[in-house]
Design a protein around this ligand. Structure first.
Ligand code: NDP
Length: 455
């Protein structure tokens, strides 16, 4: 049972973090992710002799390996372009490395290490046999032609194929890597290896993909929020909900919210926020989906054709009053000041569809105000869970229908919620979902590491 003080952070993790800062001082996102996790884990691991003796925490923050490589490709004018590619293979204690690829100009080693580190706990929480990895490049697919994206993906895979495989490391999509990119990457992997295996997930339905994989992260986030509310005898029906982003996670989170009777009042992209004072309609959703998924356009274009919608240029959605918030764009999109604005605007539930969208002090603030807060590693685990189900279907050479995959996704999200409750219960009966997710994800991995001996 955890103490009831909702703002407490563990002073006992300070020496651990100081030591890590010496070695990774120039990796701010990675340090931020480790610090958040160690607030929960240090008190537990330090009282367990087996973990202390085997130095599990110290081993857990060192990746198994990091691969960095040059990616050279030719743009449509014939000019030679150079990007940097990465694969961080963080921990394969409970299964082959698993985690997405991100193509975005903000990609650095620090960002990928934070994402791969989070993946350890997330993948463990799903209950499926998946280790943790993440990769990508500082390549920006925005504004590139299909041919340029294809040439980049082929060059990227020309190095990556040596390091991945269905029993070794199974990448998927993330920011900037959707169905188009996975198709080019898988096509080239198949060509280079001469093998048709499930070495990537998020594949198209005609070549080994799973139904519901596209929707899984967004839907899963909403299923998780529904569980949190159900525990309090509440529902999403009629709740005004802020969604940030308008990519894969955001769109399907919005769609599921509408399906469950919630009122979606915002979507956003890196240019600004669309505010729907009366709630997003299914017609508007279909137009935005077409704009974003097919035409790769900007939300500012949408507002020009629909006077019922307000476009807040250069702004995030957090200033709009609402009951619930679903940050689904990127890391650190909710700073402490945004957290205060959200709470002042009426928000009582925050569930993270993105990875680490809230800063650590924003999370502490939510806890201090008794906001129901679901960290990304629990709430957005539906994507990797259905990736795991895609791997199972590929291995068994079967194809489950939509109903079956969705049923399994709901079951997994419900079981992740139960694990968070079991490990995150405070003395006053409330739930610390951050601690619950960290501890529940950790124990399985730590016990396996102890069993393997010193390696
Ligand atoms: P997409 O590329 O499909 O969409 C990303 C969205 O976020 C776009 O609307 C993009 O706007 C916006 N965005 C990206 N960077 C910024 C930024 N710096 N500032 C403001 N807006 C930004 O990515 P996904 O939807 O796949 O991923 C979103 C988040 O969810 C990420 O944190 C990812 O790690 C996480 N996630 C994704 C999973 C998946 O299955 N795809 C699984 C689990 C977590 P614009 O179009 O203008 O760039």
């Amino acid at each position: 049972m955890l103490p009831s003080d909702k703002t407490s952070t563990s002073p006992s993790n300070a020496p651990f973090i100081d030591d890590l800062k010496q070695r990774c001082g120039n990796e701010p996102e990675f340090l931020q992710a480790v610090e958040e996790v160690m607030d929960s884990l240090v008190p537990i691991a330090r009282t367990n002799e087996a973990y202390t003796k085997a130095r599990i925490l110290e081993r857990l923050v060192e990746p198994d390996r990091v691969v960095m490589f040059r990616v050279v490709w030719e743009d449509d004018t014939g000019a030679v372009q150079i990007n940097r590619g990465y694969r961080v293979q963080f921990n394969n204690t409970i299964g082959p490395y698993k985690g997405g690829l991100r193509f975005h100009p903000t990609v650095t080693l620090s960002v990928l290490k934070f994402l791969a580190f989070e993946q350890i706990f997330k993948n463990s929480l799903t209950g499926l046999p998946m280790g943790a990895g993440k990769g990508g490049s500082d390549f920006d697919p925005r504004g590139k032609s299909d041919h340029e994206v294809m040439r980049f993906c082929q060059s990227f895979m020309t190095e990556l194929f040596r390091h991945v495989g269905h029993n070794k490391d199974v990448p998927a999509g993330d920011i900037g890597v959707g169905a188009r990119e996975i198709g080019y990457l898988f096509g080239h992997y198949k060509r280079l290896t001469g093998q048709y295996t499930g070495a990537l997930t998020g594949k198209g339905l005609s070549f080994g993909g799973s139904l519901v994989r596209t929707e899984a992260t967004g839907y899963g986030t909403i299923y998780f929020a529904r569980e949190m509310l159900t525990r309090r005898n509440e529902s999403l029906d009629g709740k005004r909900c802020l969604v940030s982003g308008s990519g894969n996670v955001a769109l399907y989170a919005a769609q599921k919210l509408m399906e469950l009777g919630a009122i979606v009042v915002s979507l956003s992209d890196s240019g600004g926020t669309l505010h729907f004072p009366k709630g997003l309609t299914t017609d508007q959703f279909a137009h935005i989906q077409e704009l974003k998924e097919k035409r790769r356009g900007r939300l500012s274009e949408f507002s020009q054709n629909d006077p019922s919608v307000e476009y807040l240029e250069g702004q995030r959605p957090w200033g709009i009053s609402a009951d619930c918030a679903f940050p689904c764009a990127t890391q650190n999109e909710i700073a402490l000041a945004d957290a205060k604005t959200l709470v002042d605007g009426g928000v009582r539930l925050v569930a993270e569809g993105a990875n680490m969208p809230s800063s650590n002090d924003a999370v502490r603030y939510f806890h201090s105000k008794e906001i129901l807060f679901a960290p990304g590693k629990a709430a957005n685990a539906g994507g990797v869970a259905v990736s795991g189900l895609e791997q199972s279907q590929n291995s068994l050479r079967i194809f489950w229908d939509r109903k079956e995959v969705d049923r399994r996704l709901q079951e997994i999200m419900s079981s992740i919620h139960d694990k968070c409750v079991d490990h995150g219960k405070r003395e006053d009966g409330s739930i610390d979902y951050v601690c619950g997710a960290n501890v529940a994800g950790f124990v399985k991995v730590a016990n396996a590491m102890v069993a393997y001996g010193i390696n």
